[in-house]
Design a protein around this ligand. Structure first.
Ligand code: NAI
Ligand code: MG
Length: 492
């Protein structure tokens, strides 16, 4: 992320929205309950947020249902929907600094990342999908006989969207973009760790003129509010991003009402460095591909395969990069690494570091907490990692890199694919034939060649195997939000 950042002072953002947003109104949870959201760098409570549960979900689904079945949204000229989405993107752009600061406050991610990556990608995603609103088309089909047959792509209906905490605002845009473009209405449950930017964006959607009931947000916990959304008969589809185990619970529950489901889950993505790669770029890509966002990325390059011949030199360079990594106050524009999102994640990561040591991997850097306050963990590097070790098979979701050695191209594709995951992979080489061969062999939804974590709103993203179901972004992302209808007219 080579971005030149202005060194301007960041003012702490105000928390303005903490209630449920249902049918265009801000209301407390029916139970009156609230939960705390914290700043993970200091562990201080930053806001009390309405703790939605079944009753609030019921009200939100009712509002979304009413808007979908009888309201103006799905009947509006498609181009006008696009115009409203663009207005929302403009309002977000006007408040980009404040939203970035709010994201840093709630999630702990460095302000430089929130400013350079998260919020610009939010805006770009909404604009990309705004452009699709009036380009969702059916076909005419040459059937046998005197009939005229055509297809229509209609909105799937009320969609329940459940998102995680690692890219809170960006996940909102990935989910709202295609849902709004296709004319669906939304009930969103943001992650309990990070509800604030989602609520702020709902306020901006209202300001943009998106009709009441189109977007509803119910903050709360997964097994209560989330589960109620999944079970609700008034919901036509669930879109989920998070842990595979949660996805399996959701899919079982959703089966009862035959809800359409799409899942974007975790990974243990192989990042493969061949000896003929541009070493400077590959070291940078390996470091960024794992440590970006405190290692809390579904597509983190967490199995770093390095060809034997260059292994030792590569590890030395990685070590040096870790030594230089600036970890600390996420509001400091120089900071590259902030805290993990909460205590549960912090504890899980430290446990995996212990497991790595017990399994006999060699700890080269880090391995422990950084500082005494907040959930910071030192950039950690293990070498001598074997394929079957837990640190090479499990998603750690933290700043823990596992380096594995390989001999040659014949061996590596099989080893890279020996996992239940299949979200992303990367290959670093100067040999173009080798790059394309590997790209074809790797069982993953995205393969990066000589780059890592390059996202674009137009490029589909999602998992093979247990990393997901369906694709987000791009034209493919729209398919999740439409039903295909066939109309046949007799011409005789
Ligand atoms: P999670 O899957 O429990 O949470 C994600 C979302 O699902 C949250 O909004 C949560 O409230 C909701 N949820 C939880 N249980 C639910 C249920 N029974 N019904 C409906 N909704 C439910 O993930 P969590 O616990 O935050 O993180 C655990 C691990 O999952 C991480 O350590 C990481 O390995 C992985 N993860 C992967 C992500 C990805 O982007 N693929 C994002 C977040 C976590
Ligand atoms: Mg969980």
């Amino acid at each position: 992320m080579a971005t030149v950042l202005e060194k301007k002072k960041v003012t702490r953002p105000q928390v303005r929205q903490t209630q449920c947003f249902i049918g265009g109104k801000w209301i407390p949870a029916a139970s009156g309950k609230t939960f705390e959201t914290i700043h993970p760098a200091t562990e201080e409570v930053i806001a009390e947020v309405a703790e939605g549960d079944k009753e609030d979900i019921d009200a939100a689904v009712e509002a979304a249902r009413e808007q979908f079945d009888g309201g103006e949204w799905s009947k509006m000229d498609a181009r006008d929907r696009g115009i409203l989405m663009n207005k929302l993107a403009d309002l977000i752009e006007q408040e980009a600094d404040e939203l970035a600061a709010l994201e840093t406050l709630d999630n702990g991610k460095p302000i430089r990342d929130a400013r350079a990556a998260d919020i610009p990608l939010v805006i770009d995603t909404l604009r990309y999908y705004a452009g699709w609103a009036d380009k969702i088309q059916g076909h005419t089909i040459p059937v046998r006989g005197e009939y005229f047959t055509y297809t229509r792509r209609e909105p799937v209906g009320v969609v329940g969207q459940i998102i995680p905490w690692n890219f809170p605002a960006l996940m909102v845009a990935w989910k709202w973009g295609p849902a709004l473009a296709t004319g669906c209405t939304i009930v969103m449950k943001p992650a309990e760790q990070t509800p604030l930017t989602c609520l702020r964006m709902a306020r901006l959607a209202q300001k943009a003129g998106i009709p009441d009931g189109v977007i509803n947000v119910v903050p709360g916990y997964g097994p209560t509010a989330g589960a109620a959304l999944v079970k609700h008969r008034g919901v036509d589809k669930i879109a989920f991003t998070g842990e595979g185990g949660t996805a399996k619970i959701i899919q079982r529950e959703a089966l009862e009402t035959m809800k359409r489901c799409t899942f974007e889950l975790g990974g243990k993505s192989p990042n493969i460095i061949f000896a003929d790669a541009d070493m400077e770029a590959a070291v940078e890509g390996a470091h960024f591909g794992l440590y970006f966002n405190q290692g809390q990325c579904c597509c983190a390059g967490s199995r770093l395969f390095v060809e034997e011949r260059v292994h030792d030199e590569f590890v030395d360079r990685l070590k040096e990069k870790n030594r230089q990594r600036k970890i600390g106050d996420p509001f400091d524009p120089e900071t590259e690494q902030g805290p993990q999102v909460d205590k549960a994640q912090f504890d899980k990561i430290l446990k995996y570091i212990d497991i790595g040591k017990q399994e006999g991997a060699k700890l080269v850097t880090g391995g422990k907490r950084h500082g005494e306050e907040g959930y910071f963990i030192e950039p950690t590097l293990f070498t001598g990692v074997k394929d079957e070790m837990k640190i090479a098979t499990d998603e750690i979701f933290g700043p823990v890199m596992s380096v594995l050695k390989f001999k040659n191209i014949n061996e590596i594709a099989d080893r890279a694919n020996r996992t239940n995951y299949g979200l992303a992979a990367a290959v670093w080489t100067r040999d173009i034939a080798k790059a394309h061969k590997m790209a074809a062999k790797l069982r993953a939804g995205t393969v990066w060649v000589n780059c890592y974590d390059v996202f674009d709103a137009g490029a589909p993203f999602g998992g093979f195997k247990e990393s997901g179901l369906g694709r987000e972004l791009g034209e493919a992302g729209l398919a999740n939000y439409t039903e295909l209808k066939t109309v046949t007219v007799s011409l005789s």
